[in-house]
Design a protein around this ligand. Structure first.
Ligand code: FAD
Length: 461
């Protein structure tokens, strides 16, 4: 079986490795750098910056841990960026080694389908090559969405890609959009010393998360002096020598050195030969696929951001593996209901399954349990006491429908909950499982017990 993979982000590169594991002959076509958005412009570089920002935040608290800092801790952005670049380059080398160890051929150039089983590649040196395959997996990803009144210029008006290429920390920054990317960058630049304002058209930050989680995050923003303006839409934008000035319909005006626009993503479904291959798109330009990741054309599959839905690296990889298994004769489907979501704000946010409002919209009667991190001894030892866990359970069956966390290591803690949602576990299954002490994981055990008002570390009034 010959499989060609167009794009080498977490969708494409994981699909390629899985295909090689299952015995296929694999060619990957990549026009920029292996690892895609995730490794070069997304998950990994931002998390390297998050780590530097956290370090800067910790430095200001050294004394409270009994450590005297002699001299000031000053972030040096060029070194922060060099560190980020080193991490990214190590991971790029890692993917290339994985490819060569499995005999995967990497063609570096722009690929376009010329038919359902053929890709034409314009290589970096300008030469053209045609690659035949029995099946093609399209994994071309997405790119930052531009808003007409704030066109990216890379100087004053930045996309998330531009923000990762800055050489200095801006003194002030307006972030347009309080979604995942906007909130993560707001926390990074605020911790590094920028004066940050977030503007959001919707009523709250992280509007797809549970409302209680958004409220706590907004409280934490206030503590960090990040200004959040909600229910607000820009009317006029002036880019001047001294910075960028935004006026809003209600008469308010704000100014900053730079603006970061994080208003969504655009699917990379243009200029890849979908028309030539007869592949259909959905209403927003995403490639239309079924649960098996098949497009309307039998030999063509599509995975990752370019098919829309949950724009997450681990979803792209899971879809890539599903596509490959189906190409190789399987009958796999993705279970989107138990996909964990991790947001690397400060504190972190993570969730799986239904939010309380979603369960109510579905007409399900729910019971909820809460537990604050400050109730855990472990949180006090590490000095990370902000946040809570909320468990949403079916009131009748006790089945866990969703878990929502804001707090330290939320991105790691969520996986016990993801397994519980996937396996259809009840709150008592988690509450009755002995959790090691002292650990942050105890918070989920206690939140599950709280659904039945049986949590130990709660003062009942
Ligand atoms: P991509 O990673 O976008 O890869 C597509 C690849 O295809 C690219 O390398 C591109 O160059 C290549 N390509 C496109 N067209 C062609 C062509 N014609 N020929 C050859 N090659 C082509 N997700 C998480 O799960 N966790 C996070 O913490 C997280 N943080 C993020 C932070 C930011 C700032 C951003 C922007 C995104 C973040 N994401 C995160 C989302 C994540 O990066 C994406 O969901 C993921 O990269 C999608 O993978 P993909 O393989 O579908 O596409």
């Amino acid at each position: 079986m010959r499989i060609s993979v167009l794009g080498s982000g977490p969708g494409g590169y994981v699909a390629a490795i899985k295909a090689a594991q299952l015995g296929a002959q694999v060619t990957v076509i990549e026009k920029t750098e292996v690892g895609g958005t995730c490794l070069n412009w997304g998950c990994i570089p931002t998390k390297a910056l998050v780590a530097s920002a956290e370090m800067a935040g910790k430095a200001s608290k050294f004394e409270s841990y009994g450590i005297e800092l002699r001299g000031e801790a000053v972030p040096d952005f060029s070194r922060i960026i060099s560190r980020k670049n080193r991490i990214v380059n190590t991971q790029i080398k890692g993917i290339k080694s994985l490819f060569s160890s499995r005999g995967i051929v990497l063609k570096e150039g722009h690929g376009m389908l010329t038919s359902p089983r053929e890709i034409s590649v314009t290589l970096r040196d300008g030469q053209r090559e045609r690659i035949d395959a029995d099946s093609v997996i399209i994994a071309t990803g997405s790119k930052p969405l531009q808003i007409p009144y704030l066109p990216f210029d890379g100087q004053r008006i930045l996309s998330s890609d531009h923000a990762l290429m800055l050489t200095e920390i801006p003194k002030s920054l307006i972030v347009v959009g309080a979604g995942v990317i906007g909130c993560e960058f707001a926390c990074i630049f605020s911790a590094l010393g920028a004066d940050v304002t977030i503007v959001e058209m919707l009523p709250r930050a992280l509007s797809t998360e549970d409302t209680e989680i958004s409220k706590i995050l907004e409280r934490e923003f206030r503590k960090k002096k990040i200004t959040l303006l909600t229910n607000i839409k820009a009317e006029k934008v002036d880019v001047k020598e001294d910075g960028i000035h935004i006026s809003f319909a209600d008469g308010r005006k704000i100014s900053a050195e730079k603006v970061l626009v994080s208003a969504g993503r655009l699917f990379n479904s243009e200029d890849i030969g979908l028309e030539e291959a007869g592949v259909s798109k959905g209403p927003c330009g995403e490639i239309a696929v079924n649960e098996r990741m098949e497009t309307n054309v039998p030999s063509v599959y599509a995975v990752g951001d370019v098919v829309g839905g949950l724009l997450l690296a681990h979803v792209a990889s899971a879809e890539g593996i599903t596509a490959v298994k189906n190409i190789m004769g399987g009958n796999e489907r993705i279970d989107y209901a138990s996909v964990p979501n991790a947001i690397f704000t400060s504190p972190e946010v993570a969730s799986v399954g239904l939010r309380e409002y979603q369960a109510e919209e579905k007409g399900i009667k729910v019971r909820t349990g809460h537990m604050e991190f400050r109730a855990l001894a472990k949180s006090h030892t590490t000095g990370e006491i902000e946040g809570l866990v909320k468990v949403v359970a079916d009131a009748q069956s006790d089945r866990i429908l969703g878990v929502h966390i804001i707090g330290p290591h939320a991105s790691d803690l969520i996986h016990e909950a993801a397994l519980a949602v996937r396996m259809g576990l009840r709150t008592r299954d988690i509450a009755d499982t002995i959790h090691a002490h002292p650990t942050l994981s105890e918070v989920l055990m206690e939140a599950a017990a709280d659904v039945h008002k049986e949590a130990i570390h709660v003062i009942r009034k």
